[in-house]
Write a protein that binds this ligand. Structure first.
Ligand SMILES: *[C@@H]1O[C@H](CO)[C@@H](O)[C@H](O)[C@H]1NC(C)=O
Length: 249
């Protein structure tokens, strides 16, 4: 009985904590009417990005480092390649390079420019050619991408629930750029070292060729994951909690 009541007490405590009154301690609300509003929001984002990526259990925001990716299938230009059990690593070290936030205007917008070193670990299966060189094998794959720049451009819509008004990122679009990529495919050509080394070196010298097919589905999933995570946060916290002097329409 005693244990049960402690449990009930704890459950009540955590539930109250997750009510709208609760903001993670690392977030300070900003004031729209102040000149430093944009800088304030920027500071909050810079401060909370790594914590966000690691997840905020109290708000049901899941950890996204590592983030599970859907299977990736490449089939074209003479190459069939699949990546399964893929995980993206590095989102908790991603950095904010630019921010646009238009709030209180007719069309509210939110634009994030992020840069990070990201890697994908997965199981690959390949059969075909990269440009002129044959590639065949299956095993562990690691893909290291240096200075991946992603720009997420989104409308900021509002929705209401019993606690008040919330933000929601809708119809996000994005652009990306990758500075360089290094592949490491284990067990190419059944472990034939010489063939494997030649092909791997060639793949790394011509990384853009492979990344033209590989990057779009991966970046799409990264953006989806980040937007979902931000929206989870917004769905738990009303606008007036994060923007102190925001007046609901
Ligand atoms: C990524 O790694 C490179 C070299 O390893 C480093 O110079 C660069 O600053 C890193 N970028 C980020 C955004 O951390």
């Amino acid at each position: 009985m005693k244990r049960l009541s402690i449990f009930v007490f704890l459950a009540a405590f955590f539930c109250t904590n997750a009510e709208d009154g609760f903001l993670p301690s690392f977030i300070t609300p900003c004031e729209l009417s102040k000149d430093n509003f944009k800088n304030c929001v920027r500071e909050q984002i810079v401060k909370s990005l790594p914590l966000f990526a690691k997840g905020i259990p109290e708000l049901g925001v899941p950890s996204i480092d590592p983030a599970d990716l859907d299977d990736i299938h490449i089939d074209g230009n003479g190459l069939k390649m699949t990546f399964t059990k893929a995980k993206m690593h590095g989102l908790s070290n991603i950095q904010l390079t630019d921010l646009t936030i238009d709030i209180g205007e007719k069309e509210e917008k939110f634009k994030l420019d992020l840069i990070g070193n990201l890697s994908v670990s997965s199981i690959y299966n390949a059969d075909g050619k990269i440009l002129i060189l044959p590639i065949k094998g299956d095993g562990d794959a690691n893909i290291y991408c240096t200075n991946v720049k992603v720009q997420i451009n989104s409308k900021l819509n509002h929705f209401k629930d019993s606690k008040g008004e919330h933000f929601k990122l809708t119809t996000p679009n994005y652009k990306y750029d990758i500075e360089s990529t290094k592949f490491d495919f284990k067990n190419l050509f059944n472990g034939n070292k010489q063939l494997a080394e030649t092909t791997l070196q060639f793949a790394n010298e011509n990384w853009r060729q492979l990344m033209d097919d590989l990057a779009p589905p991966v970046i799409k999933q990264i953006v989806k994951t980040i937007v979902k995570s931000i929206n989870k946060f917004f769905s738990k916290v009303t606008i007036s909690r994060i923007v102190r002097d925001y007046t609901e329409a």
